[in-house]
Design a protein around this ligand. Structure first.
Ligand code: SF4
Ligand code: SF4
Length: 140
C-alpha cells in the first residue's frame, strides 16, 4: 500500500520527503498551478515501495499510508494516483532546504484543512525536530 501526500503539503513544499525517498517517486507539477493539481508534491503510487521513510521527514505531517489518510483528506489519494495519467506534466521533485515551520503554523495548517489542530501537531513537530537533528548530525 503506497503512501499519499495530502493537501497539508500545499504551498509548504519544503521537500524533506524528497531528500529521503530511496526511489525518487515524489513528483511536482512542472508549472505551479498545473490544472487540477494544487501546488504540492505527489507520490507515484506504483513506484512507491512503501518504505515509510518520508512520513516522519515531513514537518507538516502531510504524508500518510493510503489506508491511514484522514477522512477529511481522502480525496487526495485519487489525486496522487492521477499523476500517473498525466506524468508529462510532472517532474521528480528536487530538494530545497527550508526553515522548519513553527508548531503554531503546523497546527494552523491542520485546522485550515479540517483536522484537529491540537491532535499530534506539537508531538509531530517535536518528532520531526528530533529526526532532523539526528539526520543533520549524521550528515555533519
Ligand atoms: S516534506 Fe511534507 S510539506 Fe514538504 S514537500 Fe514533502 S510532503 Fe510536502
Ligand atoms: S514510502 Fe518510501 S518509497 Fe514511498 S514515497 Fe515515501 S520514501 Fe518514497
Amino acid at each position: 500500500m503506497p503512501y499519499t501526500i495530502t493537501r497539508l503539503c500545499i504551498d509548504c513544499v519544503d521537500t524533506g520527503c524528497v531528500r529521503i525517498c530511496p526511489v525518487d517517486c515524489i513528483y511536482q507539477p512542472t508549472q505551479p498551478g498545473c490544472e487540477g493539481f494544487p501546488n504540492q508534491l505527489y507520490v507515484d503510487p506504483v513506484e512507491c515501495i512503501d518504505c515509510g521513510a518520508c512520513e516522519p521527514e515531513c514537518p507538516w505531517g502531510a504524508i500518510f499510508p493510503e489506508q491511514a489518510v484522514p477522512p477529511a483528506l481522502c480525496e487526495d489519494i485519487a489525486l496522487n494516483h492521477a499523476l500517473r495519467e498525466d506524468k508529462a506534466r510532472f517532474r521528480i521533485a528536487s530538494y530545497q532546504s527550508r526553515a522548519l515551520p513553527a508548531p503554531e503554523a503546523v497546527a494552523a495548517n491542520r485546522a485550515k484543512w479540517g483536522l484537529d489542530s491540537r491532535q499530534s501537531s506539537a508531538p509531530m513537530a517535536e518528532q520531526f525536530r528530533h529526526a532532523a537533528s539526528k539526520r543533520d548530525g549524521f550528515e555533519g
